[in-house]
Design a protein around this ligand. Structure first.
Ligand SMILES: Nc1ncnc2c1ncn2[C@@H]1O[C@H](COP(=O)(O)OP(=O)(O)OP(=O)(O)O)[C@@H](O)[C@H]1O
Ligand SMILES: [Mg+2]
Length: 266
């Protein structure tokens, strides 16, 4: 069974997709068979960040045109993508039936990989939470803005209270230079620990890195463009930390739905 790692944030535009695209390449380079899943069902952008041109998307599979396995798009050696569509009318939100189908099919497709990274959309709506809850490790991405902390807290609260997730990995992005930032992040993690009684690990703090946006513009992940950069080695260290940590034991994607169906009732 692969390790499933979800990347969520609550607030949008904080760097989830950028992180997933880059980490995916690093994992794959180390020989780890990696599947990236664009779980931003309606505004999928992971394909763009990777410079991939997927022929099919998750929507193609759910509408029965291809199997989910056929919708997998090879990106690089050891690195594949399940892309989401952008702006398909009638595919605004997965129905309960579609979610179940996806859980089941993803379990089969995912079994060919060592690691599966889920890139979520922003927000704390049911589709995001339910999918995130099935992961073994939960990476929460936030900027240092209070609104972003609030949304990060909200998503951790729902995952911990409703789905018994008890461990989170925090990545802070676009942090400003200067004093006070480290203390604010520390205060935030202490607040989360005390309020939710969960473990929170600060994985990494990234400052505003203009070259990251530049790499999205040219559709080539930063780590591919600048393999020797300091930022690339920090991302590499981040992925190694996640890899070394034991994930929370869950029943995996397939069994999650059936065995926890009472949790999933709204
Ligand atoms: N550390 C960073 N420094 C500067 N820009 C960044 C950083 N991380 C991400 N960005 C830029 O921020 C923008 C949003 O990033 P990204 O699409 O990865 O966020 P997201 O959380 O996936 O957004 P959404 O919620 O819309 O899916 C992109 O233009 C990206 O290049
Ligand atoms: Mg995104």
């Amino acid at each position: 069974m692969p390790k499933v790692i979800s990347f969520s944030s609550g607030k949008g535009g904080v760097g989830k997709t950028t992180l997933v695209a880059n980490l995916g390449h690093l994992w794959a380079k180390r020989g780890t068979k990696t599947l990236l899943v664009d779980a931003d069902w309606t505004l999928g952008k992971l394909g763009i960040a990777l410079g991939a041109r997927p022929k099919w998307t998750i929507e193609s599979a759910l509408s029965g045109r291809v199997s989910l396995g056929q919708a997998v798009c090879p990106v690089a050696k050891n690195l594949d993508l399940l892309a989401s569509p952008s702006g398909i009318i009638g595919f605004e939100e997965l129905t309960a039936g579609q979610r179940t189908q996806l859980f089941y099919e993803l379990e089969t497709v995912g079994s060919h990989y060592d690691v599966v990274l889920l890139d979520h959309s922003s927000g704390v709506d049911w589709g995001v939470i339910q999918f995130a809850a099935a992961a073994h490790q939960h990476v929460i991405v936030t900027t240092t803005e209070p609104t972003s902390y609030m949304d990060a807290y909200a998503i951790m609260k729902i995952l911990s209270k409703r789905f018994k997730v008890n461990e989170f990995w925090l990545v802070v992005t676009m942090s400003p230079n200067g004093s006070g930032t480290a203390q604010r992040i520390h205060r935030f993690t202490e607040f989360v620990r005390s309020q939710l009684m969960v473990r929170v690990h600060l994985l990494e703090t990234f400052q505003v890195e203009p070259k990251l946006s530049e790499s999205i513009r040219i559709q080539k992940p930063f780590v591919e463009q600048f393999p020797d950069a300091v930022l690339t080695s920090r991302l590499e260290a981040l992925s190694l930390k996640l890899e070394a940590a034991r994930g929370q034991v869950t029943n995996g994607l397939r069994y999650f739905y059936s065995q926890n169906s009472s949790l999933l009732a709204r």
